[in-house]
Structures are given as C-alpha cells and as structure tokens.
Design a protein around this ligand. Structure first.
Ligand SMILES: Cc1cc2nc3c(=O)[nH]c(=O)nc-3n(C[C@H](O)[C@H](O)[C@H](O)COP(=O)(O)OP(=O)(O)OC[C@H]3O[C@@H](n4cnc5c(N)ncnc54)[C@H](O)[C@@H]3O)c2cc1C
Length: 403
C-alpha cells in the first residue's frame, strides 16, 4: 500500500491499513496533534498535568494508536501486533512523557483479556482505553518484592465477598489510580505459589488508604497502599482463586518482554538529542569527536540496535504463536543496563559544557538529570538485575542452582 492510500478521517486512522501505510498515518497524526509543550527536547517543555496527560492518551486511543490489538468488542481496534509495534516505534521516537496508564493498558488489560470473564472484559477494558480508569499494580510488599511467593496481604472469602487485609509498597501511581491489580494470598503463607489470587480492587473502597513516598528525583509517584478489612466483590476477582500465581507470572512475562515496546526507539531519540545538544556547544562539540566519547556514544547506538532486535524478535515469535518465556529476561537486563550507562554518559558529557550554558544544553541537562535519577530504578523494577541473571542461568542455560 502506498502513502497515498492513507486514511485519516475525523482525526482517526481508519480502514485496514497495514505496514508502511499505517506507519505514515500514525506519523502524520502525531505530527499534527502532539502539543508542542509536551516535547522534553524543547525550551517550551512544561510537564503535562494529569488531566492533560489523560486527555492526550484518550486522543491517542481515539486516533487508533492505543488499544491497537484489543478486540473491537471491548473498545479495541482489532489490529495486529505488528501494527502495535509500528505505533510504538512512532510514539517512542518522540520525546514525550511516559503514559500515566501503562499499567492499565499494558499489564491489567492483557491479563483481563486472558483470564477475565466476559462481563469483566466489557466493564474494565473500554474504561482503560478512554482513560476513565487508571490502574496501578499491587504486587510488592515490604517483605516480598523479588520473592512474591512470600507475600502476606490476605483475601478471605466471606459469603459473596472477599475481605482484604494487608499492605503493598512501591505501588507506582496508586495516588491517581481508580483500580489496583492486586495479588493477594487466599491460602496459607507456607503454600507459597499456591493459594494466591488476582483482584481488580476499586481504590475508593472503604478501608483503602494510599500514602505517597518521595523518591530521589523529588517526585511522589511511589505509594504505600494499606487494606484494612476492605470488601471486594466476587465480580472483581480475576481468574480462579488459587491460580493467581500463574496469572501473576504472565503479567511479569509481559512486563519484561513486550511492555513499553517503544523503549529502544525512545532511547534512540534520547541519544540523538544528546548528540545534537553537544554539537550546539563548542567544548562538547569537540569532546564528542574524541575517541573516548565517540566510542561510548557509538556503543550506546549498538546497544539500542540490539534492543530493537530483541523487540522485533519477540514480536515475530508471538506472531508465530510461540511464547517468549525466559527470553524476556534477556531484554529486561539489556535495556535497563544500557539505559543506566547512557544516562550516566549523558550527565558526564553535559557537565563539561561551556559557561554560560547554551539553551540547548540547559534543555538537555534538565531532561537527562531526570532520566539519570529515574534510571537508577530500572535495574530494580520488573525484577532486579540479579533476578534476571538467575532466570537466565536457570531457565535458558539450565545451570544447576547454587553452584
Ligand atoms: C521505579 C519502581 C517502580 C515500581 N513499581 C511497582 C509497582 O507499580 N507495583 C509493584 O507491585 N511493585 C513495584 N515496584 C517494586 C519492585 O517490583 C521491587 O522493588 C522489586 O521486585 C525488588 O523487590 P524488593 O525491593 O523487595 O527487593 P528485594 O527482593 O528485597 O531485593 C534486595 C536485593 O537482593 C537481591 N536478591 C533478592 N533475591 C535474590 C535472589 N534470589 N538471587 C540474587 N539476588 C537476590 C535483589 O536483586 C536486590 O539487589 C517498583 C519498584 C521501582 C524501583
């Protein structure tokens, strides 16, 4: 299909476009609709408010750029995973803030599609896409992060309802969420992987308390969530009461393999921004030509190309009906380590800029200082580097444990 056959009607991408035509339609919609103030590589950048971010994401959905693979019966666009990848590449290439509902769209939605009842799919999925329901992920607890099998938040059946008691921690974005994808214990703690269940808990239920935690970047996105005798309706239980572990592992596999598919393209945008900012400054322009920095920048680009290959291979495997399994750990390990190295390199370079700072350098410093602080967490969430290495040794190399 040629670019001439692109259909962008009433602000949305329609028809059975595929491949390059879909890419062109996505690109032209984004170019026409992205607010200039969202661009973190510009002097005009102002972080969007929650309302602005939600409105932008709802517009992306209406345009056909979110909910891409979800069935039309649940508000999705019924397109293919390859088109999902194309949209991610185009959105990823833009220097814009992260989604405020990625947990809803990328973790809760897919697991509801996999294990939810028909009524749950009808109730939850369209509300995620139109941004009327933002979700958070309530897995980690003070004594159960890497070892989720040790979690203690308990859900006890009481007639037609469940009663939930316990505490979650590091729950990103809980303060702004309407629902929590909660992993809770329904059997004895000694049962470890057995007797766990997933719930879609409304955060305005009586007995739920959310407290924010300030992180190193000064933001208060992390939360502690306390559940004090919270009544959860049976219709909010996701899947069978003792099959929560299998569902949680599925969520984590998505989180490590195909969640935020745009990452490599975003990293590429960051790298190009850094190089452009350096070229705008006489000292930095010379530095990036030197062998040491030229080599480190080139290595970053190679790492990004490897990341793209990880994502494209994963999409090929999924389209062919294969599971990604432990290979998601290779990608998780690689993107988190690559990004941390890049963020450190960006700050190191920018700290050597000439004074007074050029506007282009000031913009880059603001962007990459935030990125550096946030990147410290990337080797922790979705499974720490040590946990990924353990999974690779155990399940891919099949080495014996404890040797
Ligand atoms: C930015 C960010 C966002 C997050 N968002 C969420 C969220 O939205 N929802 C949510 O539920 N959780 C969230 N988390 C929590 C995250 O999933 C946990 O921090 C992570 O699983 C690690 O658990 P922990 O902090 O309890 O550390 P621990 O599990 O206590 O680990 C401490 C150290 O011991 C090492 N270790 C532990 N076990 C092993 C082992 N078997 N072999 C080798 N080394 C080991 C770890 O690698 C680590 O270095 C988030 C975390 C961060 C940083």
């Amino acid at each position: 299909m040629t670019a001439k056959s692109i259909q962008v009607q009433d602000g949305s991408i329609t028809g059975s476009l595929s491949g390059e035509a879909y890419r062109q339609a996505a690109r032209s919609w984004l170019a026409a609709n992205l607010p200039a103030s969202f661009r973190s590589d510009s002097t005009a950048f102002v972080p969007p408010t929650l309302e602005q971010a939600a409105a932008w994401e709802a517009a992306l959905y209406r345009a056909g750029l979110a909910g891409i693979t979800w069935p039309t019966a649940y508000g999705g666009h019924g397109r293919t995973l390859r088109e999902h990848l194309i949209a991610n590449q185009e959105i990823g290439a833009l220097p814009i803030p992260e989604s405020v509902n990625s947990i809803g769209k990328e973790l809760a939605g897919p697991i509801i599609l996999a294990v939810g009842t028909e009524a749950q799919k009808q109730r939850f999925l369209p509300a995620i896409l139109d941004m009327s329901n933002i979700w958070c992920q309530g897995f980690s607890e003070p004594e159960a992060g890497s070892d989720l099998a040790g979690l203690r938040t308990r859900a006890v059946r009481d007639g037609h309802i469940w009663r939930v008691n316990g505490q979650k921690i590091w729950t990103s974005g809980a303060y702004r969420a309407q629902r929590c994808l909660l992993l809770a214990r329904t059997g004895p703690v000694e049962d470890r992987h057995r007797g766990l269940a997933l719930f879609a808990v409304p955060l305005d239920a009586a007995g739920v308390r959310v407290r924010t935690i300030k992180s190193i970047d000064g933001k208060e996105n992390f939360c502690e969530v306390f559940f004090d005798n919270v009544e959860v309706a049976q219709e909010d239980a996701l899947g069978a009461p003792d099959e929560g572990w299998a569902a949680a592992i599925r969520v984590l596999a998505i989180e490590r393999a195909t969640n935020r598919m745009y990452r490599a393209w975003r990293f590429e945008n960051e790298l190009r921004h850094l190089v452009a900012a350096c070229k705008a400054d006489p000292i930095l322009a010379e530095l990036v030509q030197e062998r040491h920095y030229a080599a480190r920048l080139a290595e970053t680009l190679v790492d990004i190309e490897v990341l793209k290959a990880h994502v494209e291979t994963a999409v090929d495997a999924l389209v062919a009906g294969e599971s990604i399994g432990a290979r998601g750990s290779l990608a998780k390990l690689h993107w988190s380590e690559t990004h941390q190295r890049f963020a450190a390199l960006a700050l190191e370079l920018l700290s050597k800029a000439s004074l007074p700072l050029r506007p282009a350098v000031r913009v880059a410093q603001r962007r990459f200082e935030g990125l550096y602080l946030h990147s410290r967490a990337e080797t922790i969430y979705a499974g720490t580097t040590e946990i990924q290495l353990g999974i690779i040794a155990d399940r891919i190399l099949e080495l014996s444990r404890g040797k």
